[in-house]
Design a protein around this ligand. Structure first.
Ligand SMILES: [Zn+2]
Length: 262
């Protein structure tokens, strides 16, 4: 029996002589689909079977596998004229999307956020640093790893002259409480690459944006600006470190993005 589903291609791998193995993210879950002959120049589904394509995929099931039989492109997010840094970011977001989704599990929110983010990259409607950080924070919230940003974990202060994100504990700690903690312990050295400890400085603007994004519905998550370069770097570093720390892995597409980022 033929079926059809709307989905986004997160990954494409060559298989067989001219086939492709596609990883497709749909609202109902992420799954694999084989596209016979998709690498052939004469293939009618060549553009459909390309990474970052959102399409309607027609398929049938045989030998416990899904086989593409046809379909149509609904939106192609990265065309031949796309900029390298945009492609790098789209690759990273696809890898994160792959990491936080599963087969046969509702992925509607992840699909919606991934489509929104790819759309922002394509239209250049938001700066790449913002798309990246919003997506990382979304991924943390969606996987249950969002830090508690209500106030200092020790004294409850919502604002303080200096505030730190304690990534290990998923909490905030104010400068005063951090100093008190340090009276008995050696104050952790600031560790540029977050290898030994993960205590990240925040300022008022970066903290306000972290609070906004982690609480915002998907369609509002990009609706903020962060003008100061320093605040932006606090914000981006917190978003990236938090998700990498909790997913306990690195991403080759992220390393590449950092090489080409604007
Ligand atoms: Zn405190």
């Amino acid at each position: 029996m033929k079926k059809a589903v709307d989905g986004l291609i997160l990954r494409e791998l060559p298989t067989g002589e001219s086939d492709k193995l596609l990883t497709v993210l749909t609202a109902e879950g992420r799954f694999l689909m084989t596209a016979k002959g998709a690498r052939s120049m004469r293939s009618k589904v060549m553009s459909l079977c390309t990474i970052f394509t959102y399409g309607n995929f027609e398929y049938y099931e045989k030998y416990d596998r899904r086989w593409l039989s046809g379909g149509s492109v609904l939106e192609s997010f990265v065309g031949p004229n796309a900029e390298l840094e945009g492609i790098a970011l789209a690759s990273y977001l696809s890898q994160v999307a792959h990491e936080i989704t599963e087969e046969n599990v509702d992925c509607s929110e992840v699909l919606r956020m991934t489509l929104n983010s790819l759309y922002c990259i394509k239209k250049q409607s938001k700066p790449l640093w913002q798309i990246k950080a919003v997506y990382e924070l979304f991924a943390a919230v969606s996987s249950g790893y969002a830090p508690d940003l209500a106030g200092c974990d020790s004294c409850g202060a919502e604002e303080s002259e200096s505030m730190w994100l304690d990534v290990m504990n998923g909490a905030l700690v104010c400068g005063d409480c951090l100093r008190k903690r340090a009276e008995n312990l050696a104050l952790p050295e600031f560790d540029e690459y977050s290898v030994r400890n993960v205590l990240l400085p925040l300022d008022a603007s970066s903290l306000a944006c972290l609070r906004f994004v982690t609480a915002a519905p998907i369609e509002r998550a990009f609706a903020f600006t962060l003008k100061s370069e320093e605040s932006r770097s606090y914000f981006c570093r917190a978003a990236e470190t938090d998700i990498l720390h909790h997913l306990e892995r690195s991403f080759d597409a992220l390393d590449f993005y950092h090489q080409v980022e604007p």
